[in-house]
Ligand binder design. Structure first.
Ligand code: SF4
Ligand code: ZN
Length: 709
């Protein structure tokens, strides 16, 4: 141990010295009262806040933190203490990085890294992490002796959907090696200074605060959470220096194993610090250390297929062909058939394939499925996945759904041999993989013949779309006899359970009642369990004994009373990955709603991040509640508090997005036309007094309602 502990201490002491100097310099230059904060977070300096409860807000708060940091570095050369020294390095790195943000501006503007990761991004990662879409988090740092080694490891992670953060010169090595970089590709360059590693550490730490409801200052709960629930690990490339080793000790303290590519011999710590000098084994060993299992999808297509390519954008100049509803007919349809009506694994391209020389085609994507347990309700559930599956192909971009679609195929993918029949193979393989419990046979027809595509759209697809819309519109909480739990987020938020009803989708926005029903059918002992809709004890708030029992069982008793329709009385809990949050604004006698993408101020005096930090981790916080975008126009939204009439403010983008449906519901519920126009947004005001003036001028109904509290 001694060589290593010596290095750790040397590194921690070096970072401590740097930190102290940097803090003193900053105070001398800017003054102790100068504000210091990372951008768009409600968790101050997250490591310091989570570990000690101290809320750093000015430079003057920092000398005390440096004191704490130094006290973590004791001089007893034992591993436990050495890990504390590693934590000290993390605290030091956080302070050094935080100081870069003093005085405004983006200190990373000139760096190819992004620096600090804002809260909303962490919240948006909740769902892919819990569904296993992102199976793990890799931290790759240093500089590889042979750049190809780093490139291969990173590409391998990318193909497995692992979210990879890069620190150091490995960023350029990856970029030069052709790795597509960016959050949308799940390979995120953080920065070049080794201290930038803190930006991934605080992601893990904020996950504990956001989803795990870990209390600030509870260091042991924090370390337990990161160790057990954040599937992260570290790979270092190149020679180790004292700072890297000391940062590695910090990672190990958080429960993240470190794999180095130099031979540490007897200095290895099995399970925590291991040497893998053969780079072909780096990925395998790393995944094993965190027990991350990857479902391999071997598809007979000539391009890579991975969730990491979902966000890939294909620009016009890189595009070989396009299917675009603005120019040609497009339609996507999944239709249930009798078993004898279709032939399993039959894939037909009806019309020219994309190598016919044209650059634009119509496209009817017609998928027919049969199965003993298949139900018409699952057609749309499967159909909605077409978007993701097409996007997973490297070099294919898909947006939209149904008859409003744009699909682009890149020159690169085309040159590799990608053709339409491969689209069919992808659909077939994914449906048989993910929906095998309900689909026994699947046949795919890709129609590019203009007349036939037109026929499919008009005669086959449109009638089905409108039937489905009618069914969705008539589907109310009253019209069904079963609700569903969803506990998918429990891997991060152990005390959280969503209750999904026809008029209230899961707060992540990704799970509708139909989805929950299908999930239950696919996996009866999985995250979605049926709740029999009986035992209503309060119609107004939507209180049911069966719902309470189901939630109590699902949360091991952590929550035993929730209502479906109230924000103030036993509101539903939040995990942390909600699309929107609503909160009461007593001055305006109403509710404001804020979506995750909006980073500005709201009339409550709080940003989305600050509002969001009021709830989460499965805790009930009356007055604040996370919910999906789609819930905003629901007739059950805040029904107990008077319903949609209470909405007084939303960011403009969100308002525009929901206006049509909101106006329709408002007209039906309380007879107001164009209700969205009465709702303020940030272009009108973010001040609560001005908000009241605006509402008064518009005659907003909330002002005349009973006091909200
Ligand atoms: Fe998580 Fe709720 Fe969405 Fe399920 S419905 S994935 S529990 S947020
Ligand atoms: Zn969630």
């Amino acid at each position: 141990m001694s060589v290593l502990t010596d290095l750790i201490y040397a590194g921690s002491n070096a970072v401590a010295g740097l930190t102290e100097g940097a803090v003193n310099d900053a105070i001398a230059k800017y003054g102790a009262d100068t504000k210091v904060a990372f951008p768009d977070t409600a968790y101050f300096f997250p490591t310091i806040y989570a570990a000690t409860g101290v809320k750093v807000s000015t430079l003057g708060d920092l000398p005390a933190c440096v004191g704490v940091l130094k006290s973590l570095i004791s001089n007893k050369p034992e591993l436990g203490d050495a890990l504390n020294a590693g934590l000290a390095t993390a605290v030091g790195a956080e302070i050094i990085e935080g100081l870069k943000y003093v005085g405004g501006g983006d200190p990373y503007a000139e760096d190819s890294g992004i620096g600090f990761v804002p809260d909303p991004i962490i919240r948006s990662l909740g769902v892919p992490l819990v569904t296993g879409d992102i199976p793990g988090v890799a931290v790759v740092l240093g500089k590889a002796d042979d750049p190809a080694d780093a490139v291969n490891v990173i590409k391998d992670y990318q193909s497995k959907g692992i979210l990879t953060f890069l620190i150091g010169d490995v960023i350029e090595q990856a970029a030069e090696g052709g790795v597509k970089l960016g959050l949308e590709f799940r390979v995120v360059p953080l920065g070049h200074d080794m201290t930038a590693v803190i930006h991934v550490v605080t992601v893990a730490i904020r996950a504990a605060l956001i989803f795990g409801s870990v209390q600030p200052g509870d260091l042991s709960a924090l370390l337990t959470y990161t160790k057990e629930r954040v599937p992260a690990y570290v790979n270092t490339f190149g020679a180790l220096n004292e700072v890297v080793v000391s940062a590695g000790a910090g990672a190990i303290a958080l429960g993240f194993p470190v794999v180095v590519d130099v031979d540490l011999g007897e200095n290895q710590v099995p399970g925590a610090l291991e040497s893998v000098t053969d780079h072909a084994q780096t990925v395998k060993k790393s995944l094993e250390l965190r027990n991350i299992k990857i479902k391999v999808k071997e598809l007979p297509i000539p391009v890579a297929f991975a969730s990491a390519f979902e966000g890939e954008i294909i620009r016009k100049k890189d595009m070989k062909v396009e299917f675009y509803s603005g120019k040609n007919v497009t339609a996507e349809l999944v239709k249930m058939r009798e078993a004898d009506e279709i032939e399993d694994h039959r894939i037909v391209v009806d019309g020219p394939d994309i190598d016919s020389g044209a650059t634009e085609y119509p496209l009817g994507t017609f998928i027919e499925v049969a199965g003993a347990k298949m139900q018409p309700d699952f057609e749309s559930v499967i159909e909605r996945h077409i978007h993701a599956w097409f996007n997973y192909m490297e070099g294919v971009m898909h947006t939209g759904q149904r008859n409003q679609v744009r699909i682009r195929v890149s020159n690169d993918a085309f040159d590799k041999g990608l053709r339409l029949k491969h689209f069919g193979e992808v659909l077939y393989a994914m449906i048989m993989d993910e929906f095998d419990a309900v689909v026994d046979k699947c046949q795919v027809t890709l129609i590019t013949d203009p007349a036939k595509a037109e026929h499919m759209l008009k005669e086959v697809a449109m009638p089905v779309y409108s039937q489905r819309d009618d069914r969705l519109a008539s589907m109310t909480d009253e019209s069904v006899d079963t609700f569903y739990t969803c506990t998918m987020c429990q891997s991060f938020a152990p005390a959280h359970c969503c209750v999904v009803t026809p008029e209230r989708l899961g707060l992540c926005g990704a799970v509708s009642w139909l989805d929950a029903k299908a999930t239950n059918q696919l996996n009866p002992t999985g995250p979605c369990r049926p709740i029999e809709k009986t035992g209503c004890t309060d119609e107004r708030t939507g209180a049911y004994t069966t719902v309470n029992e189901a939630v109590a069982a699902a949360t091991q008793g952590a929550v035993d009373t929730v209502t479906l329709y109230s924000i103030l009385e036993d509101p539903m809990t939040s995990c942390g990955c909600f699309e929107c949050i609503c909160g009461i604004i007593p001055e305006a006698n109403g509710l404001i709603i804020c979506n995750r993408e909006y980073s500005g101020m709201t009339p409550t005096g709080m940003t989305f991040g600050e509002l969001a930090s009021m709830t989460g981790g499965g805790v009930q916080t009356p007055g604040f509640m996370g919910h999906g975008r789609h819930f905003i126009a629901s007739k059950k939204f805040a029904k107990a508090e008077g319903g949609l009439e209470r909405i007084v403010w939303m960011p403009k983008e969100l308002k525009d997005d929901v206006a049509e449906r909101l106006n329709k519901s408002a007209k039906e519920l309380f007879g107001v036309d164009n209700f969205a126009d009465m709702i303020a947004d940030e272009t009108i005001t973010t001040d609560s007094m001005e908000l009241v003036d605006f509402l008064t001028e518009k005659g907003h109904p909330a002002l005349g309602m009973d006091p909200i509290m």
